[in-house]
Design a binder for this molecule. Structure first.
Ligand code: DX5
Ligand code: ZN
Length: 220
């Protein structure tokens, strides 16, 4: 049975001078998540937004605020984002020597726990933690910027992670989210590879009608 397609528009590609309108577009398009790309200029060569912006977004929407932390020392930002109103907090396995501590810290805030992996990181690094998280965020671009192309080999990585979940009997309880270069013309491939949630930034906010585009994604 086909899974319902869950969409997480990335506001990194939205008009930062009018984020309220971007949120309305997400709601009108019936997206399930708002994907907030947090970059600190260290873990990735870009600097974006922090807890104050999430606090503002929280005040205007009930949509699930999905914070993707592309930061060093992620443990320092868990509480601030939880307090600001994030519903899910995802950090990068490459950003911590003690991922379990960060997982426990996010868990202690009551938020959804996400673990993200960059394209060149072996998926075997996920194995020890896959039983403790709610979501695996598979990067299909090198993190740092929107508007990049979906990297070759990404679908195979998604399949392998899905297989890892099946083997560890976590298949039903852990969501796979895919992020980077997801477009209307590759969305079905990404879903068939095993994704539950599609992150899309430029493919949505780079169009003249983001609401209609989100609806097209949900119908792929
Ligand atoms: C990249 C971010 C992605 C990005 C997606 O580092 O994590 O969420 O904004 O943008 P597109 O969909 O344009 O690749
Ligand atoms: Zn992201």
């Amino acid at each position: 049975m086909r899974k319902t397609v869950q969409i997480a528009p990335s506001i990194l590609s939205a008009d930062f001078s009018n984020l309220g309108q971007a949120i309305q577009h997400c709601e009108q398009g019936q997206a399930e998540y708002i994907h907030v790309d947090v970059m600190d200029g260290h873990f990735v060569p870009n600097l974006t937004i922090g807890p104050p912006v999430v606090k503002s977004l929280r005040s205007v929407t009930d949509l699930f605020i999905d914070v993707h932390m592309m930061v060093t020392n992620p443990e320092d930002l868990v509480e601030p984002f939880a307090k600001a109103g994030a519903d899910g907090i995802t950090f990068h396995i490459e950003a911590s020597t003690t991922p379990m501590k960060v997982i426990d810290l996010i868990r202690s805030t009551g938020k959804q726990v996400g673990l993200s992996i960059k394209p060149k990181t072996p998926i075997s690094t996920l194995e020890p933690f896959i039983g403790d998280v709610d979501l695996i965020l598979v990067m299909s671009v090198e993190p740092g910027f929107g508007g990049q192309g979906y990297l070759p080999g990404s679908s195979e990585r998604i399949k392998a992670i899905r297989q890892m979940l099946v083997e560890q009997c976590r298949d039903e309880s852990v969501l796979i989210q895919v992020d980077g270069g997801v477009k209307l013309d590759n969305a079905r491939e990404v879903l068939d590879a095993g994704a539950d949630i599609l992150v899309a930034g430029s493919a949505i906010f780079g169009t003249l009608d983001p609401v209609q585009t989100i609806k097209q994604f949900k119908a792929v």
